[in-house]
Design a protein around this ligand. Structure first.
Ligand code: ARG
Length: 570
């Protein structure tokens, strides 16, 4: 049941009736339809401005003429307001149609087959080995996960890739430091923390004894050449880092299909370099090899350094071709902070210059803003780092304290607190457009009555509780009772949920789903306060219960799509 399309078809019919044979009219009416800012202005509005040239008539006149041609049971009335034609649904009809459509398969509401046969690679989280997982990597992790779920819901095949930062001379230094001062048990016990200590020590000692730098480089060379001992330590560092990160991924319910990181592509860079050479795109500059991007108004893209080694960009280029060959993606998304904007524009341009026409629409940098924590920006040097593991643990502790106060009788509080604490963090990250900077505050994220994760989760639990209280009944629902303002507002939002998911997918913007879900929760609560759900009229009660069921399911879907769990009780 697609109301937008129904109205669009109707507008087409009206145009044909009012202006038979007119030429130059827009084809895609559905995309022209607008949602009026307030409910009393109608359910959809058709702006007549775009027709004025073809019909040689002012927009208000067109609206008027069209309005005379409306004659459909789905439409209760139309209003002409300043060049707009506002449509008001027949409430009873709308309630019946929509509820029928949702209840036929509630868990599928908002899904589509749009992406069938298409594949999207999503490069997200992409943490760095031997570094702790801090809130600088929170956005990429949760935005990427949400996009993966949203694309899947739209029928795409998805490939989630954690492009590990596991290559660079620093790993030689770390192995060197471990060989000199490392203790196996310590690394095993403290993980990345201990690796960091070794790395810091390396730099301290290297100040006193610069020869150490050469030793570090020599160890990196050993890693490059596949020396057994060097590789063993390096791989072990990787395992330890990933084991730490896995705790965070498990808490967030996030999985990946591939952990092929930078090191995986080192031996796959030749093919790119050779092809660039063959295509005459590689130039020498001060001993290095670059691709000139002057026409693209960008600094050159460095491919091979003076010492003959590759850089981040070279390995990313190799990854693009590897992914294209392996997954044959239609889109490849890079969920990476906006600071890397130039890097991505450069490498995408290089692929474009190589003559691959899929680079233009297929390679997409999904950029996002910075996260700060209670007003303080993240600074590794000053030691002001918030680790994700700690953040998520504190979130659960705080949620538990709130619940102990709010719902002392709740069984299994720990489980609910886990869902609510983690959900609050994820929700706060996906609440606003991704490009906006985020300032994370506990009070705000964990507030049960604002636009927050806990609020939406609470509404879900409220629906579940209403349904638990409902008596058994097999009386058919009479949806014609859902004509009051509150029910209609709710129905309107439910009917637009599929559009929100579609748009979120199209614009790679999970916050659209967050907002749509929050609006539904707010509208349900409003309905709940104004109306009795259970009364003596069985058919009417059944309708209100179905509305509750629909809301519960759609809220659950919306939360799922942004990576938040939906507790049944809290
Ligand atoms: N590891 C990088 C960082 O933390 C992000 C990698 C993003 N993905 C990529 N293919 N470049 O900054």
């Amino acid at each position: 049941m697609d109301m937008r399309q129904q109205i669009a078809d109707l507008v087409k019919e009206m145009l044909n009736a009012a202006y038979p044979g007119a030429e130059g009219l827009p084809e895609d009416i559905a995309s022209l339809l607008e949602v009026p800012p307030e409910a009393h202005m109608g359910d959809y509005a058709f702006p007549c401005f775009r027709l004025s040239k073809a019909l040689r008539m002012g927009p208000p006149m067109i609206a008027k003429k069209l309005s005379e041609a409306v004659n459909k049971p789905e439409i209760a009335r139309v209003e002409c307001v300043g060049g707009y034609l506002n449509f008001f649904f027949n409430r009873e009809n709308f309630a019946k149609d929509l509820m029928g459509a949702i209840m036929a398969a509630p868990e599928k509401w908002g899904s589509s087959k749009e992406g069938e046969g298409k594949t999207v690679c999503i490069d997200y989280s992409s943490i760095n080995i031997a570094k702790r997982f801090h809130i600088g990597h929170l956005s990429t992790t949760v935005i990427g996960n949400a996009l993966k779920r949203i694309y899947e819901f739209q029928g795409w095949k998805t490939v989630g890739i954690n492009h590990l930062g596991d290559w660079g001379t620093q790993f030689g230094k770390m192995v060197c430091a471990y060989k000199k001062w490392g203790v196996k048990e310590k690394v095993e016990k403290d993980g990345v923390e201990e690796m960091n200590r070794l790395y810091v020590r390396f730099h301290e000692e290297a100040e006193k004894d610069p020869a150490l730098e050469d030793e570090g480089r020599a160890w990196f060379k050993k890693i490059e050449e596949g020396d057994a001992e060097a590789l063993e330590i390096f791989h072990w560092f990787k395992d330890v880092t990933l084991k730490d990160a896995m705790k965070v991924y498990d808490t967030l319910g996030i999985t990946f299909d591939s952990y092929a990181g930078e090191s995986f592509y080192v031996d796959k860079t030749d093919r790119v370099v050779n092809e660039l050479k063959e295509k005459g795109l590689l130039e020498e500059s001060e001993g290095a090899l670059i691709v000139d991007l002057e026409n693209e108004k960008m600094p050159p893209c460095l491919i091979i350094k003076r010492d003959g080694t590759t850089i981040y960009a070279t390995r990313d280029l190799a990854a693009i071709f590897y992914r294209k060959d392996t997954y044959n993606f239609d889109k490849c998304l890079y969920v990476v902070a906006y600071q890397q904007d130039l890097h991505f524009r450069q490498i995408f341009s290089v692929v474009d210059k190589m003559g691959y026409d899929w680079a233009k629409d297929g390679l997409i940098h999904v950029a996002f803003g910075m996260v700060s924590y209670e007003g303080q920006t993240l600074a590794t040097r000053s030691g002001h780092v918030v680790y994700l593991e700690d953040l998520l643990r504190r979130a659960q502790e705080k949620a538990l304290a709130i619940m102990q106060e709010k719902s002392p009788n709740l069984e299994n509080k720990e489980e609910a607190a886990r869902q609510v604490g983690v959900g609050a963090v994820v929700y706060a990250t996906l609440q606003n457009n991704r490009i906006k900077d985020i300032d994370f505050w506990w009070d705000r994220a964990l507030n049960f009555d604002g636009e927050t994760g806990p609020y939406v989760q609470y509404t879900h639990a409220r629906c579940a509780s209403v349904l638990r209280k409902a008596p058994e009944s097999n009386v058919a629902a009479d949806y014609s009772v859902l004509t009051d303002d509150e029910a209609q507002a709710l129905l309107r939002l439910l009917s637009r949920f599929p559009e929100a998911v579609e748009e979120a997918c199209l614009r790679n913007e999970p916050s659209i789903v967050t907002r749509a879900t929050t609006e539904i929760a707010k509208a349900y609560n409003k309905y709940y306060y104004e109306h009795r759900i259970l009364d003596d009229n069985a058919a009417a009660t059944a309708a209100r219960l179905d509305l509750t069921r629909a809301c519960q399911q759609v809220i659950k879907t919306g939360l799922y799509l942004i990576g938040v769990e939906a507790p049944e009780r809290m």
